[in-house]
Design a protein around this ligand. Structure first.
Ligand SMILES: NC(=O)c1ccc[n+]([C@@H]2O[C@H](COP(=O)([O-])OP(=O)(O)OC[C@H]3O[C@@H](n4cnc5c(N)ncnc54)[C@H](OP(=O)(O)O)[C@@H]3O)[C@@H](O)[C@H]2O)c1
Length: 332
């Protein structure tokens, strides 16, 4: 049997949707019929071949990281899952060979978890990488009720999840966002304050509003310690903690401030915890638009042009898509 998949044949070509054989689940693997996915900056780097610096490609390679769908079949040794169960997760590892931009995906059982009944397909489909990264960032800065958290890059995918998860714990979140759709979005995600990153010096504005400093900083934008260090030093209160998703935390430069380079951990325990966070902490889906699988190139173009929140992909039509007002309203 065949299926449609978004496949990259080599570094000198662009990925495209082709018919390929449907995979068979091996030992410990689950065959998932993929309903929803999303595009991440990582997927864009992989599709453009830029990820070859840190990932090994095996061609032809099916692309895609995030997925949500239903169990179609279980391989030998898989326990606790049955055909029809709703699951989500992310394809993880250093080898680019098989991914979630496909109608079916064979994935190790420890790379997925059950979707809570209250979470619809488009939300579950955008949860994987951005949600795990947000949860790992929050673990790194250890915020709790009454704390103040600055999220630089708050208007994007990771920022949307970090803001919602933190706000649900009683954290006062300051998210960077330009006025208009970005600001509207981060407020919807639960941000108590916003800073216009394009018009203001973020550190100066935050310090002006919070003279004693904030409890924690999550920086999803700066790649260079020369930008990360003054931001953190300029905004954090004594005893505060910081995290970077872009390896910008240089312990030598941090003047004793605890700062962590977050590298998301992916396993069944982390995904189960993410499912719980999604069930109890998500008031609204971070998905602001949904693209049909045939329009995946348009989703990548929108991501490159500067998208707000998460961009969902509708891999196969399913009734639960209708349950998401935010993603349905942005349907493309
Ligand atoms: N370490 C890891 O394993 C890991 C995992 C996940 C993500 N990441 C990285 O973390 C970063 C964030 O990921 P994401 O999925 O959230 O990306 P995203 O969805 O593209 O979000 C980035 C957001 O930041 C905004 N922005 C751009 N420049 C900014 C600036 N100077 N100050 C404040 N905000 C700015 C963008 O606005 P515009 O769209 O208007 O430009 C966009 O809304 C990416 O670089 C990604 O590669 C790393």
């Amino acid at each position: 049997m065949s299926m449609r998949a978004y496949q990259l044949e080599g570094f000198d070509s662009r990925p495209r949707i082709v018919d390929v054989p449907r995979p068979t689940p091996g030992e410990g693997e689950v065959l998932v019929q993929v309903r929803a996915s999303s595009v991440n900056p990582l997927d864009a780097n992989i599709a453009g071949g830029r990820a070859r610096r840190y990932k090994q490609y095996v061609f032809p390679a099916i692309l895609g990281t995030d997925f949500a769908g239903v169990v179609a079949e279980t391989g030998p040794g898989v326990t606790g899952l049955s055909p029809g169960d709703r699951v989500f997760g992310l394809v993880h590892g250093n080898i680019v060979r098989t991914g979630s931009f496909a109608e079916f995906l064979a994935v190790p059982q420890d790379q997925l978890a059950a979707v809570p009944a209250t979470v619809d397909d488009p939300t579950a489909g955008v949860l994987g990488l951005a949600g795990v990264t947000a949860a790992c960032c929050l673990d790194a800065v250890r915020v709790g009720e009454g704390d103040t958290l600055l999220v630089v890059g708050g208007s994007g995918g990771v920022g949307s999840f970090a803001t919602q998860f933190a706000a649900a714990q009683g954290v006062q979140v300051i998210a960077t966002a330009r006025p208009g759709p970005e600001e509207d979005h981060v407020r919807k995600m639960g941000a108590a304050e916003t800073v216009d990153w394009a018009a203001e010096d973020v550190a100066l504005t935050v310090r002006g509003r919070h003279p004693d400093g904030v409890t924690a900083v999550i920086d999803l934008i700066d790649r260079d310690p020369a930008a990360f260090t003054p931001l953190v030093v300029g905004t954090l209160a004594p005893g505060g903690r910081a995290a970077s998703t872009l390896r910008a935390a240089d312990p030598q430069a941090m003047q004793g401030i605890p700062a962590v380079n977050v590298r998301p951990e992916v396993n069944a325990r982390v995904l189960h915890r993410l499912a719980e966070l999604a069930e109890h902490s998500l008031q609204d889906s971070p998905a602001t638009a949904a693209y049909d699988f045939d329009r995946i190139d348009a989703a990548f173009e929108a991501l490159a042009a500067g998208a707000v929140g998460k961009l969902a992909l509708r891999i196969s039509s399913a009734s639960s898509w209708a349950r998401s007002p935010s993603a349905a309203s942005g349907s493309r």
